[in-house]
Design a protein around this ligand. Structure first.
Ligand SMILES: Cc1cc2nc3c(=O)[nH]c(=O)nc-3n(C[C@H](O)[C@H](O)[C@H](O)COP(=O)(O)OP(=O)(O)OC[C@H]3O[C@@H](n4cnc5c(N)ncnc54)[C@H](O)[C@@H]3O)c2cc1C
Length: 468
């Protein structure tokens, strides 16, 4: 017998069986690269899996699933490693790591992209933008396409082109019994419905095929800043301004202390600010016309909303959310930015202590709300705004206070929470919150689907949907 973790042993031949023909790498606790490969984006997560199977292809994924199942190992699945609560790594688990599956094939004629599971957002955008095309994704380039898409996928062009899942045409999935199946709107349509929001509950997706949309390469985009003390007026103006805005416009509000970045004047560094970050997915001149009233409101201290490559805009938040910092987050949807919500948000934001805490409020609606037909398990289509109350610190000493700040704002907003919450913005908050993320009816439908595709709940280290 070989000990692979505390109290966990495997038949000596078992590992050798997995290793035969494995094109990737099996990393155990004694391997020099173990610490590198068990790390995830959120530095507050420090877990020690038993084994990490760094897959090089679909055959490795199939072999890993069969191995995990045969030996009764808890299976964790990792693509970009950006789960806020660190769901892609667990103590004593068998991690199936897809990070090396980096293939992207864009078909500019058909306007589609086939994307393997280890691809990160920036890598996908780089390939699609070469042809002036884009798949809706998220706002930080080092996030994994896989986990983001499986939860829904909200980002800069969703109000015009829909969520990532709204642009999904096909997935390849390795199911819990180690079979490769394809799901589309016509083939395994039940699975295709569940995959579009239901996370990694039904199997391991090895490849996604997206429909692409024309975009840029230049877009009008970037933040306009005011002092945070002006935020009550700015947010009231913003609320009325976006009510008339076209779907080409997507905005995110950020409250934070201004970071010491080269394009921010030194006198603002560390000062509490509010920013309205815009991205206009249509013609630049049209965007200029739409954004003009915002730029002219009150006394902006910095205006960086200008024509720029979409790729540059996509990476603007990267420096704010680096790997390895300690992060905590809570999220809720609200129907509108009422006076009470605005005042509460500003009052709490003025108490942000950490220079790294930057919290986004997402403008929802547009094409997301209008998705026709059965758009999948993603439930937040009726959200007005998504609060993504995120805190970050460098040191564990400040982390607890900043977490308290997050919880304080989230709780204060509780009377205004809508029924839904975005599953990709959940921490480890218990099964009721997972149910909230889908609503009762979809949750039951997902449980029935889980019984069909994963009755033994092999894939349970996720925002879990237990089999019906
Ligand atoms: C800095 C940052 C920015 C973000 N920005 C956005 C944003 O703009 N828009 C947005 O919608 N979300 C955003 N998110 C949330 C993000 O969508 C989720 O954290 C998502 O789960 C990350 O996917 P991943 O592949 O990187 O994560 P991982 O940690 O690798 O996986 C996350 C979950 O998905 C499962 N999973 C991963 N890959 C597969 C697969 N191939 N098959 C089956 N299951 C799989 C894992 O088991 C795990 O449960 C952001 C998160 C971070 C940390």
């Amino acid at each position: 017998m070989t000990a692979i973790a505390e109290g966990l042993t495997l038949d000596a031949t078992a590992l050798a069986e997995l290793e035969v023909g494995f094109r990737g790498e099996i990393v155990g606790r004694d391997d020099p690269s173990y610490d590198e490969h068990r790390k995830v984006w959120n530095g507050s997560i420090d877990r020690r899996p038993a084994l990490i199977a760094r897959c090089a292809g679909v055959a490795d994924v199939i072999a890993s699933v069969r191995f995990g199942r045969k030996h009764g190992l808890p299976v964790a699945v990792r693509s970009g490693g950006h789960s806020f609560p660190g769901l892609s790594v667990a103590d004593d688990a068998f991690v199936i790591d897809l990070g090396q599956l980096k293939g992207v094939r864009v078909d500019p004629e058909a306007r589609t992209a086939r994307v393997q599971a280890g691809v990160l957002l920036g890598e996908l955008d780089r390939e699609t933008q070469a042809f002036g095309l884009a798949a809706p994704s998220g706002i930080v380039t080092h996030t994994g396409v896989a986990g983001l898409t499986l939860g829904g996928g909200i980002g800069w062009i969703m109000r015009k082109h829909g969520l990532s899942v709204d642009n999904l045409r096909r997935v390849d999935v390795v199911t819990a019994d180690g079979e490769l199946v394809q799901a589309t709107a016509d083939e395994n349509a039940d699975l295709f419905w569940g995959i579009r929001g239901g996370g990694g509950n039904f199997g391991i997706v090895t490849e996604f095929e997206f429909r692409l949309n024309e975009l840029g390469p230049q877009v009008l985009a970037g933040p306009i800043f005011w002092r945070m003390t002006d935020s009550p007026q700015v947010l009231r103006f913003y609320r009325d301004w976006i009510a008339e805005a076209p779907d080409d416009l997507m905005t995110i509000l950020i409250h934070r202390k201004a970071p010491p970045l080269p394009f921010i004047p030194a006198e603002l560094h560390g000062e509490p600010v509010v920013a309205v970050v815009c991205c206009y997915a249509g013609a630049i001149e049209e965007g200029e016309r739409v954004v003009k009233p915002l730029r002219e409101f009150g006394h902006p201290v910095l205006d960086l909303c200008e024509p720029k490559p979409y790729l540059q805009h996509q990476s603007m938040f990267d420096p704010s959310f680096p790997h390895g910092r300690l992060y905590y987050m809570r999220s809720c949807d609200v129907a509108e930015l009422s006076d009470e919500i605005i005042d509460m948000t500003v009052e709490h934001s003025l108490r942000i202590a950490s220079p790294h805490t930057a919290f986004p409020i997402w403008q929802m609606g547009g094409a997301v709300a209008r998705a026709d037909g059965d758009g999948g398990a993603f439930a937040g289509r009726g959200a007005g705004h998504t609060f993504n109350i995120t805190a970050g610190t460098d040191s564990p000493d400040d982390f607890e206070a900043e977490r308290e700040w997050v919880r304080g704002l989230w709780s204060a907003l509780e009377p205004h929470h809508q029924d839904t919450v975005y599953v990709n913005f959940l921490m480890d908050e218990g099964s009721d919150r997972v149910r909230d993320a889908y609503g009762d009816e979809s949750y039951e439908r997902l449980r029935t689907l889980k019984r069909k595709y994963d009755p033994d709940n092999l894939f349970r280290l996720n925002h879990n949907i237990p089999p019906a």
